[in-house]
Design a protein around this ligand. Structure first.
Ligand SMILES: [Zn+2]
Length: 83
């Protein structure tokens, strides 16, 4: 994970996909970086899961744990030799 990935993922976890609409540079990065793309997908799954919950705010502690868990996801390097 590069510093660029770190920054992109951090901002994504704070602002969600809307961040990409504001930052073409980040959008470009996510479109070429499998790790950040996987992060974004996981983030949106978490968002969707929270939205599906009965409407009470999840405790901050839980939110942090989920963010940490999502950050733990690693994408294996694809050398392009197979699908
Ligand atoms: Zn990245």
């Amino acid at each position: 994970m590069t510093r660029r990935c770190e920054r992109v993922q951090e901002t994504l976890s704070e602002h969600g996909r809307a961040y990409l609409a504001r930052d073409p540079d980040a959008r470009e990065h996510v479109s070429t970086c499998a790790e950040c793309r996987a992060f974004l997908v996981a983030l949106e799954e978490v968002d969707a899961a929270f939205e599906a919950l009965p409407r009470h705010q999840p405790p901050e502690e839980v939110v942090q744990k989920v963010i940490e868990a999502v950050r733990g996801i690693r994408v294996t390097e694809d050398d392009g030799s197979r699908e």
